[in-house]
Design a binder for this molecule. Structure first.
Ligand SMILES: [Zn+2]
Length: 281
């Protein structure tokens, strides 16, 4: 799933590629992808793309006084293509055909249709429920006090940091990297952290900025669907911890796997599987 660094580099590359381009026509082959009906997508014909930016994990395509707010969910990707999609491309969800022959395309892999888009007056984006309910952005890091307040909750750090209403932009992959960087257990609760631990977690958010810099160096103008992510801990169980050499362990929490260094994050303890039901998997 694209998280803050992946959506940020997507927005930056798309902004460079399509800002100033004029939309010839817009359509939504994806059934149910549009969550708004007024204004209609046809309103975009003849409009210029004025910016592509990111909020939380969502790309926003601005077209004058309208904006297309997109939620990629787990399998959506937004890219510009030199040629138009074949009508048979079943991955197509929203197509913005540009006058220069290119196409800005929201596609979704797999069989589920979960990605969505909303066409909104530009001033309504911040008030939209998907945006207004977001916690502070994880990058650039919020002020320490705001971060401390956001995570001061009696919930495990792994789900807490991924909960967009508490802090925006972090998902399953980067949460492992942030917790490893902070040397904190995924099962420690937000409200249990002392001041020094909150500071460590706050400063660990730099891994998101480092990832964006990595993508800036490694990703050219053409975005791949899945850029290799510079992850050091996530899904690296069985490999040595890059910092101390201890074997990285993995544990399931609900349906999510988390990877961690037992020596540095859990006081040497290997955590028990906390999946609600292993039979469901
Ligand atoms: Zn370690």
């Amino acid at each position: 799933m694209p998280e803050l660094p992946e959506v940020e580099i997507t927005a930056r590359r798309l902004d460079a590629a399509v800002r100033g381009a004029t939309v010839e026509s817009a359509l939504a082959p994806g059934m149910n992808v549009m969550k708004t009906f007024e204004p209609p997508l046809e309103e975009l014909a003849g409009r210029e793309i004025t910016a592509v930016r990111r909020v939380g994990k969502m790309p926003v395509v601005e077209l004058g006084d309208l904006a297309l707010l997109i939620h990629l969910m787990s399998a959506g990707r937004l890219r510009v293509f030199e040629k138009r999609a074949s009508p048979k491309d079943r991955a197509s969800r929203v197509l913005l055909r540009l006058e220069d022959g290119r196409e800005l395309r929201l596609r979704e892999f797999g069989t589920k249709q979960r990605a969505w888009a909303k066409l909104l007056p530009i001033g309504a984006v911040d008030e939209d429920e998907a945006v207004a309910t977001l916690g502070p952005e994880a990058w650039p890091p919020p002020p320490l006090e705001a971060f401390a307040a956001a995570i001061d909750q009696p919930r495990h750090l792994h789900p807490l940091l991924r909960h967009q209403r508490d802090i925006a932009g972090i998902g399953r992959s980067w949460v492992d990297e942030i917790l490893w960087e902070a040397r904190l257990s995924p099962f420690k609760q937000g409200a249990e952290l002392d001041g020094e631990e909150v500071e460590r977690l706050h400063s660990a958010l730099h891994v998101l900025g480092d990832a964006i810099e990595h993508y800036e160096r490694t990703i050219g103008p053409a975005l791949p669907d899945k850029p290799p992510m510079p992850l050091r801990i996530h899904k690296r169980e069985g490999e040595p911890c890059p910092r101390c050499g201890t074997t990285i362990e993995a544990v399931y929490f609900a349906e999510h796997q988390t990877s961690y260094c037992p020596r540095e994050q859990t006081g040497g303890r290997v955590l028990k599987d906390r999946r609600l039901s292993r039979l469901l998997k």
